[in-house]
Ligand binder design. Structure first.
Ligand SMILES: [Zn+2]
Length: 179
């Protein structure tokens, strides 16, 4: 069976389970990884991990390996962006090591927050008992507590860049649906 065949099979699959017994969704995932490798567009992968893997109700649904892979790609992307914007100097070996640690931290925090940054008391609705939620002042967003100072600032920027990568992909994908 060629890739196109398995992809078509995956699209028509009755479920998207992706484990030892159900490999129907695998071609969709492989396609998303290939797109990310080739074009650097993480959009398809972000959707898959956020809206399928993290919503899986049972352990055997979804694939935690996808998140690991996504994080690896996102660390590489944050490293690229951080270097281009000269977040920190990388002149000495010590600097370079500290810089890598920073890129990794920012990538981990921003991806975690993007995947699940909802305010807990109101469940992200911003409303609690018909009033604006006190905890988040109606924004629906949780406080970013895992990072402070410099790291927090870069993390917030990368969270908004994750949103724009995902939104860009969603817009391109939905324009194809209308045709
Ligand atoms: Zn709230």
């Amino acid at each position: 069976m060629g890739f196109a065949d398995s992809y078509i099979h995956a699209i028509g699959a009755s479920n998207l389970k992706d484990d030892e017994r159900h490999h129907q969704a695998e071609p969709l995932m492989a396609s998303a990884f290939a797109a990310a490798d080739l074009t650097g567009d993480l959009g398809p992968l972000l959707h898959r991990v956020k809206f399928f893997d993290s919503l899986a109700r049972n352990e055997f649904e979804g694939n935690p390996g996808n998140l690991v892979q996504l994080l690896r790609l996102w660390i590489a992307e944050v490293t690229k962006r951080g270097r281009a914007r000269r977040w920190v100097p990388e002149n000495t070996a010590w600097d370079a090591e500290a810089a890598l640690k920073l890129y990794r931290q920012v990538a981990e925090h921003s991806l975690a927050y993007w995947l699940d940054g909802k305010c807990e008391p109101c469940g992200g609705t911003g409303v609690e008992q018909t009033r604006a939620c006190k905890c988040c002042s109606g924004t629906g967003k949780a406080e970013l507590t895992m990072a402070a100072g410099f790291v927090r600032e870069h993390t917030l920027n990368m969270v908004s860049e994750l949103h724009s990568i995902a939104d860009g992909h969603a817009a391109r994908a939905s324009s194809k649906l209308r045709r």
